[in-house]
Write a protein that binds this ligand. Structure first.
Ligand SMILES: Cc1cc2nc3c(=O)[nH]c(=O)nc-3n(C[C@H](O)[C@H](O)[C@H](O)COP(=O)(O)OP(=O)(O)OC[C@H]3O[C@@H](n4cnc5c(N)ncnc54)[C@H](O)[C@@H]3O)c2cc1C
Length: 294
């Protein structure tokens, strides 16, 4: 009987110590791409900020939206003023204002492991994915995780033999007349795939908040680093909103980071603990921090 690898951990064995934030997957070339297909820099500069500004400003103005947009697009409104209003509205969580602009990415060479996570996002995002029914994968490619690339050579060889064996069998099944939609059942999660993804800015900020977090899986984290890079290239202002969720929150809310092995922001427990200490000290001094002066 083949050895199970890695061996199952006995109940008495200690869990892995968390020693630091996961290595930045961006250091490895994973062979994946995220290309911003739309909009171009010119379109973003000319329309996107004026459009979001119009959505924000309409809420507080007697002017008709068409007039606000005309003035904004014609350069009659100071760009810094537009950005200030937009930043304030985004930071206040009034997200509908940024649903009016979308970004479309061509994503290629990612694993099915990644795509399965990606398509879990539902609100404000659309996907189209390369079909494993209609495409004959004559040269199917796979993603090799860094831990396996750097693993014991014998272990890596066994992994590669398993993956290659699955792909060889796929080819044999097709050659034997098994339809692609059934032959694909043998594909490993490592199989690479391509997608087109369109997300409005609100959805993109939300997804980036989750997927740029160091708790996210390394491959999808790398994808969102590439996505952030693409948005930055057309708009450093809009790109600056794509950040791990702890950055706008000011604290980490991931239960898996209660030990604060990721140092980007303090954990919520620490923040609440510090507040409790402060409130206790204030009470000891005869003040109550929970009372807000009217
Ligand atoms: C680190 C990490 C680990 C994960 N682990 C697992 C796992 O082990 N197993 C697993 O199954 N999934 C897992 N997920 C996936 C996760 O549970 C979500 O399904 C995924 O991140 C999509 O995010 P979302 O729910 O915010 O959806 P989105 O579609 O991106 O929605 C955006 C927001 O819109 C709102 N919204 C969307 N749809 C609805 C709705 N129907 N009703 C009300 N409000 C809605 C919510 O506020 C939501 O946050 C993991 C995700 C991360 C980031």
């Amino acid at each position: 009987m083949p050895t199970r690898y890695p061996p199952r951990m006995a109940a008495s064995q200690p869990m892995h110590e968390k020693s630091g934030i996961p290595r930045n997957p961006g250091r490895h070339d994973l062979g994946m791409k995220a290309t911003l297909l739309f909009p171009s820099r010119e379109i973003v500069e000319r329309f996107y900020v004026p459009l979001i500004y119009t959505a924000c400003r309409t809420c507080y103005s007697e002017l008709e939206p068409a007039e606000i947009f005309r003035r904004a697009e014609a350069g009659q409104i100071d760009r810094a003023k537009m950005q200030k209003l937009i930043s304030g509205v985004i930071e206040s969580g009034h997200g509908s204002t940024i649903e009016h602009v979308v970004f479309t990415f061509g994503i290629s060479g990612v694993s099915r492991t990644l795509s399965h996570q990606l398509v879990r996002h539902r609100a404000g995002v659309a996907f189209d994915q390369q079909s494993q029914r209609y495409v004959k994968f004559t040269g199917a490619a796979t993603m090799l995780p860094a831990t396996l690339a750097e693993a014991d050579p014998e272990l890596r060889a066994r992994y590669e033999a398993q993956v290659d064996g699955a792909l060889d069998l796929y080819g044999e099944l097709l050659a034997a007349g098994i339809p692609g939609e059934d032959a694909r059942f043998v594909f490993p999660n490592a199989t690479r795939t391509n997608l087109v993804m369109t997300a409005n800015l609100r959805a993109l900020i939300h997804m980036s908040g989750l997927r740029l977090c160091t708790m996210a899986q390394w491959e999808i984290r790398r994808l969102f680093q590439l996505i952030r890079h693409e948005v930055f290239a057309v708009s450093p202002f809009l790109g600056s909103f794509l950040a791990p969720k702890c950055v706008p929150l000011g604290y980490c809310d991931e239960m898996g980071n209660r030990d604060e092995h990721c140092p980007i922001r303090p954990h919520r427990d620490s923040v609440l603990g510090a507040w409790a200490e402060k409130a206790k000290a204030a009470r000891a001094g005869g003040r109550d921090l929970t009372v807000v002066d009217g």
